[in-house]
Design a protein around this ligand. Structure first.
Ligand SMILES: Nc1nc2c(c(=O)[nH]1)N[C@H]1C(S)=C(S)[C@@H](COP(=O)(O)OP(=O)(O)OC[C@H]3O[C@@H](n4cnc5c(=O)[nH]c(N)nc54)[C@H](O)[C@@H]3O)O[C@H]1N2
Ligand SMILES: Nc1nc2c(c(=O)[nH]1)N[C@H]1C(S)=C(S)[C@@H](COP(=O)(O)OP(=O)(O)OC[C@H]3O[C@@H](n4cnc5c(=O)[nH]c(N)nc54)[C@H](O)[C@@H]3O)O[C@H]1N2
Ligand code: SF4
Ligand SMILES: [Mo]
Length: 719
């Protein structure tokens, strides 16, 4: 096990995983102990099992401790930092002189600190001169981000602090299983219920979260826009909307009114599978509450119509006059540790720091000044995440790729194809602390420090900028991501643009770069974050208190008013049919995190769930003669994968759910559809057509007795 040397015994910091960024105290001794920070206002001391066990990944025996280069025999072999960095710089130079600057791509992640996300974006534009940088947040909140930008003129996941949930009269929680994905958040829902509030959960599964709900609407996957339009239809019909708010603070309602007029309850029941009476009841709860809050997460967003789905829910919040009012409004529950900050500082294909647009001349001029480069040298917008991965190794596409903070072999849709594209690269460099499935394909792997071994800021789902502290020394031989980027820039002769590799210095530059932008961090400092338990952006000056609640008086749109958007229900990119008779939806379980690189290495989490279980309704399983606990092969138009079956009445009869935290034969993403939302470029992780058969080693699925006798195979086919 690599030595973990102690710097100070107890450090106050934050969890390495999700967007809650729970506060914790980390005590480093023989092992690293974690307890929740009772004074941090988000989790108030609560942690989930991933947080408690996070210390285990620091001194883990699988840690990468030296750079690796693929040798002549095709094996990854230990190499010195000089050899690895020289090799990368030389190959990049070769690729760019042959195929141009855009032939080198960068793929970042929402787990990177703000400082890393900022420097990675600058590295792509200034050191590499490429437009091709994007990140895994594209697979995460991009649909809600696009929708809130359209409707409110600004994307901050939650425009209010979490504590507002406790005081909301009704919360409509859509496609979000927070009881598993952010357990300490449940304290706010518990308090809400104690205060007499109601919770309506919209999910094709009666999830752990739905068990907390006053009402559960079990909609058909891919039917969110129909459901939302149906609710708004009823609110208008029953005169439960806020007409003066609509008149004074919004534009575009008339067209929405005309559109939702077509979504009468019987019709919506047919589209969504949600009974008419349940719709009427939910609309009444929402419309009669003094404070209605609508929260969406990946369920409605990770769809080919993800932006429209989010807009349809936003329309309800606007019609109720809820946005900008106390304990009310619309919010998107951001997912990754720095899912929020990671989308603000320039690792997105179309973006510059401070949440500026890369095609905005004033934004370009400002950032060019901060970077000391001519404005004309900053490239324009590049390819979005899946488009970038799809172009790898292709003529005219990206030929060399640097991956920092993502494991796309497991987490990208249509994963077999993505793996093939990665293998076609002239150069794949992966910076990680474990040999992830993606790192296993690399030409060069660089070992980096992790969360508790370095300082850096993160922005949680509320827009609260927090500070992670170095609690232990990184193992000998590894470097921080910031050091890696600076060292590579030096190899490329660009060192004068990358003088800093200390987090605090990079943050100072980020403050200037963000000044005047929508996500303005210029008034935030490490000292303020520590003294104030985090600072909410926008915070434009040192004496500004930060902005915990947005939109109270106005919206940052040109008119100062919010915008309605008329959207229609459209079927998913791939609907079920005779050949693929079920819907497949994918998501998360409590014990594992994302592509599983970290959590599959923690004993307690592995024991909690050793393999992915595919959920299927008993009626569907019985029709297919599939039994609980048996292996089942799922097949879509992209490929097949095998899972152990969990028969449960908590899921719709027409739907199968699989968690995506595993790779190889058990990878949900071998099955998923890479069709993209036209605006956000979000892939349709949440809906595709699938067929299920009993597993037959060596074949797609074992035929049942009837199958061998010429009848139907054992295949799941709902009514
Ligand atoms: N344990 C754990 N926690 C995590 C993570 C993790 O990997 N593991 N990841 C973090 C990250 S990055 C994210 S983005 C968040 C995600 O957090 P969530 O969005 O809560 O998680 P998911 O499981 O992806 O999806 C939520 C729900 O959407 C439902 N759903 C499926 N299809 C549809 C549909 O068509 N419409 C609707 N309305 N719902 C549908 C699913 O049944 C599921 O219960 O979690 C964060 N927290
Ligand atoms: N089928 C399906 N697929 C999905 C989803 C789904 O719901 N269904 N959800 C999507 C969503 S919402 C997300 S956010 C993505 C996430 O999926 P990924 O992009 O794969 O995210 P992680 O698994 O967090 O990958 C992070 C990798 O970077 C490493 N890492 C973590 N922190 C750092 C760091 O600071 N520096 C460096 N150098 N490396 C680091 C980890 O060890 C890990 O190997 O998956 C998406 N894929
Ligand atoms: S809820 Fe999220 S931030 Fe909190 S302990 Fe669990 S994984 Fe960490
Ligand atoms: Mo995410």
């Amino acid at each position: 096990m690599p030595a973990v040397s102690v710097r100070s015994r107890t450090t106050t910091t934050h969890c390495p995983y999700c967007a809650l960024q729970c506060g914790m105290h980390l005590t480093a001794g023989q092992s690293v102990e974690v307890v929740g920070n009772a004074k941090f206002p988000v989790n108030n001391g609560g942690l989930c099992i991933k947080g408690w066990t996070a210390g285990e990944i620091l001194g883990h025996p699988d840690r990468l401790l030296t750079p690796l280069i693929r040798d002549a025999s095709g094996q990854l072999a230990a190499a010195s930092w000089d050899a690895a960095l020289d090799f990368i710089a030389r190959r990049i130079e070769e690729v760019q002189s042959r195929d141009g600057p855009d032939a080198v791509g960068v793929f970042g992640g929402g787990s990177l600190t703000n400082e890393k996300a900022y420097l990675l974006g600058k590295f792509a534009r200034v050191a590499l001169g490429t437009s091709n940088i994007d990140y895994n947040g594209r697979f995460c909140m991009s649909s809600a981000a696009a929708a809130t930008t359209k409707a409110f003129g600004l994307d901050r996941g939650l425009p209010f602090p979490l504590e507002d949930i406790a005081h909301a009269g009704v919360v409509l929680l859509v496609g979000s299983n927070v009881a598993e994905t952010m357990p300490p958040i449940m304290q706010y829902f518990e308090a809400q219920q104690e205060n007499g509030g109601k919770l309506i959960v919209v999910d094709p599964r009666r999830s752990a979260t739905a068990l907390w709900a006053t009402r559960h609407l079990s909609l058909r996957p891919g039917s969110d826009a129909a459901l939302a339009n149906g609710l708004l239809h009823l609110l208008i019909r029953d005169n439960l909307i806020d007409r003066s708010y609509i008149r004074d603070r919004t534009d575009g309602f008339d067209e929405v009114r005309r559109t939702v007029a077509m979504y009468w309850p019987e019709h919506v029941e047919r589209l969504t599978g949600v009974p008419e009476a349940a719709l009427i009841d939910a609309a009444r709860l929402l419309g009669t509450s003094p404070s209605a809050m609508i929260l969406t997460a990946r369920g409605p967003e990770q769809q080919v119509h993800g932006v429209n789905n989010a807009l349809a829910y936003i329309n309800i919040a606007l019609a109720l006059g809820a946005v900008g009012k106390p304990f009310s409004g619309y919010g998107c529950l951001t997912g990754q540790g720095n899912g929020q900050g990671g989308r603000e500082h320039g690792q997105k294909a179309d973006q510059l720091p401070g949440y500026r647009r890369i095609d905005d001349p004033a934004a370009r001029a400002h950032v060019a000044r901060v970077w000391s480069v001519p404005e004309s040298t900053i490239p324009g917008p590049g390819k979005s995440a899946y488009e970038l991965l799809d172009s790898l190794g292709q003529k005219g596409g990206v030929r060399a790729l640097l991956v920092m903070g993502s494991n796309v072999v497991v987490s990208a849709p249509n994963a077999v194809h993505v793996e093939r594209r990665l293998k076609a690269l002239d150069l794949l460099v992966v910076v990680d602390f474990f040999l992830s499935e993606t790192a296993q394909l690399a030409h060069v792997v660089l070992p980096s420090a992790q969360w508790a071994e370095e300082d850096g800021t993160m922005t949680n789902l509320e827009g609260r900028v927090i500070l992670r502290r170095r609690a232990v020394e990184p193992p000998a031989g590894v470097r921080t991501d910031l050091e890696v980027l600076s060292a590579l820039a030096r190899r490329m002769g660009k060192q004068r643009y990358f003088p800093a590799s200390e987090s605090r210095d990079v943050f100072e530059e980020l403050r200037h770069a963000s000044r005047g932008g929508p996500a303005d961090y210029s008034g935030i400092s490490y000292e303020r974050i520590e003294a104030e338990g985090g600072v909410f952006w926008p915070c434009p000056s040192a004496d500004h208190p930060g902005t915990s609640r947005l939109f109270a008086d106005t919206f940052p749109t040109p008119s100062g008013r919010a915008r309605f958007h008329a959207v229609r229900h459209q079927p998913p990119a791939e609907d079920r049919d005779a050949e693929y008779p079920l819907y497949l939806t994918t998501g998360r379980v409590l014990a594992h995190y994302q592509s599983g690189t970290q959590t599959r290495r923690v004993g307690q989490l592995r024991d909690a769930m050793r393999e992915p279980l595919a959920e299927m309704h008993p009626v569907t399983a019985r029709l297919a003669q599939l039994c609980n606990g048996e292996l089942m092969t799922l097949t879509t138009r992209r490929g097949s994968a095998t899972f152990r079956l969990r028969v449960t009445p908590t899921i719709r009869e027409d739907t199968v759910f699989v968690p995506f935290h595993w790779g190889g034969e058990q990878s949900a993403n071998r099955l998923t559809n890479p069709s993209l939302d036209p605006t956000s470029k979000m892939p349709e992780f949440k809906v595709c057509a699938v067929r299920a058969k009993a597993h037959a080693p060596g074949g797609e699925g074992r035929e049942g007795r009837e199958g061998r006798e010429g009848g139907e195979g054992r295949e799941a086919r709902p009514e």
